[in-house]
Design a protein around this ligand. Structure first.
Ligand code: CS2
Length: 486
């Protein structure tokens, strides 16, 4: 069993934290402790703690949803410790125990422990990986969604917050009244201008709740934009078995990831920050071009492979990359549709970036399931892919590759089966609505893209509707997607 008491007895091949974990204070309160957080921010923080005294920057994990109970229970039982298993393309595996998470609080039943942790004098940063869907905005308009019942509840009851915005305002209010400096709100999600979006949404909410507090937030709270990157598949039982067989270690929830890691962030903090530049993080004045490059190539590339791969019946992203038709299609999408609309980046060679993406996607040991990539497509595709279609419609560029993915997404949402008739597991907050819209395609070929919150006004663009209706009708006639990718 992995915990503090057993650390000394762990197999010597497995590196364990060398810093004094019991002298760490919580400086970072992190909402959304999924695999990605544990492979990225928690890992960078651990690296820094290994290197020098960074004892003010311990992490307290936070879960705001009922579903966070399990990770909370595991990490509490394991004293915040977990194994990070890095899988290289050549089969080599590096594992180590990460120690930067020192506490965990849940907020779905009782908000106080979370609000108090955020309001604690030691807290300097509240960081977020709450997924694209967690930001509560309408993907087509970018406006804050006040219709969300949880938002309505917390506007009426500021002392019983439900969404991230209610928690942040409750904590900021306490800090302000106590004369404590504001914390930084640091989004680590795959959203273009993630810091700006977080600020705009928080301000929209705060203005409704407490105008005076909104003015304070505007002045005092910083929201650095960032680009985060590390492919982190879902942990499988075989990862747990691997640790047990190789190291005789019982870790109930390790994390696996690829060797590649990147974090580009703006140096814009309200109340200090860890010296992350010492462990390879890039601080830049403007992160936007990096974000766009990553979202429109890596994340969109993933979606292209994921949706088309799911329909074909490829289980993983690396299985797609073993299929030449998928590799050629991915590259054509990246070269002909995604690249032309990207800004030139000093010092970045986009051809090399795309080559490296292909290598990363092909890593045979990562086995990133297409179901992870396709999950919550309604929150991802507007930013990853539909935005590229819109840009290309405006510039007269190609839209064919991306539009086939949208048509495939419609078929996938409607039928939920692959080419071999196998059921596809669909995980999406908008699943029922997607299915309902898609299932009208036979009578109205454009039914799926009439969903304005996802596609905005694309329905009024003739070039798009002509391309889309041709492709969607072809898929409904013969769903062998490879025939259309050729
Ligand atoms: C994936 C990301 O599902 C997805 O959207 O593209 O989780 C991706 O693996 C990470 O952004 C990599 O940094």
């Amino acid at each position: 069993m992995l915990n503090n008491n057993n650390l000394a007895a762990i197999n010597k091949q497995l590196p364990t934290p060398t810093y004094k974990r019991d002298s760490l204070k919580v400086g970072i309160v992190h909402v959304g402790v999924g695999g990605f957080h544990r492979a990225h921010l928690a890992y960078y923080t651990h690296l820094l703690q290994e290197q020098e005294d960074a004892s003010e920057w311990g992490i307290c994990g936070i879960g705001l949803r009922k579903g966070d109970q399990k990770i909370h229970d595991v990490l509490i039982k394991q004293d915040g410790l977990y194994t990070l298993i890095v899988k290289h393309p050549d089969g080599k595996i590096d594992s180590q125990i990460i120690g930067s998470i020192i506490d965990f609080k849940l907020g779905h039943e009782n908000a106080d422990p979370v609000v108090n942790q955020m309001a604690h004098p030691d807290t300097k940063i509240v960081s977020l990986t709450i997924t694209e869907g967690g930001y509560n905005f309408n993907p087509a308009t970018g406006e804050f969604d006040f219709e969300n019942p949880d938002v309505q509840h917390e506007l009426q009851n500021p002392n019983s917050p439900k969404t991230i915005y209610g928690f942040l305002t409750a904590a900021i209010k306490i800090r302000r009244e106590a004369g404590l400096p504001a914390f930084t709100v640091m989004s680590c999600d795959n959203i273009q201008h993630n810091g700006d979006v977080t600020r705009d949404m928080l301000l929209a909410f705060a203005k409704e709740q407490d105008k005076d507090l909104a003015t304070y937030i505007e002045k005092e709270v910083r929201f650095p934009n960032s680009m985060v990157d590390r492919i982190t598949p879902v942990t499988t039982p075989s990862d747990i078995d691997y640790l047990e067989t190789t190291y005789d270690l019982k870790d109930e929830w390790p994390v696996t990831c690829e060797p590649f890691i990147q974090w580009v962030i703006e140096d814009d903090f309200s109340n200090g920050r860890p010296e992350f530049e010492k462990v390879g993080v890039q601080f830049v004045p403007d992160v936007k071009p990096y974000e766009k490059m990553k979202l429109r190539l890596l994340n969109a590339g993933h979606s292209v492979l994921g949706i088309l791969g799911a329909l074909h019946g490829h289980p993983t992203i690396n299985a797609c990359m073993e299929d030449d038709i998928f590799v050629t299609y991915l590259r054509a999408f990246m070269d002909q549709e995604a690249t032309p609309i990207l800004d030139k980046l000093e010092g970045i060679d986009l051809t090399a970036y795309k080559d490296s993406l292909q290598e990363r996607f092909a890593n045979p040991n990562i086995k990133d399931n297409v179901s992870r990539i396709c999950s919550e497509s309604s929150a991802k595709l507007p930013k990853f892919l539909i935005a590229t279609i819109q840009d290309n419609l405006a510039s007269g560029g190609s839209i064919d590759y991306a539009t086939l993915v949208i048509a495939a997404w419609c078929y996938y949402s409607d039928k939920g089966i692959d080419k071999n008739g196998q059921k596809i597991e669909i995980i999406d907050a908008m699943q029922d609505q997607l299915h309902a819209a898609a299932s009208n395609t036979k009578t109205d070929p454009l039914a799926f893209i009439r969903q304005e919150s996802l596609f905005g006004n694309l329905i009024n663009n003739e070039r798009f509707t002509t391309t889309y209706s041709d492709l969607v009708q072809k898929i409904y006639t013969d769903s062998d997607i490879k025939k259309l990718m050729n």
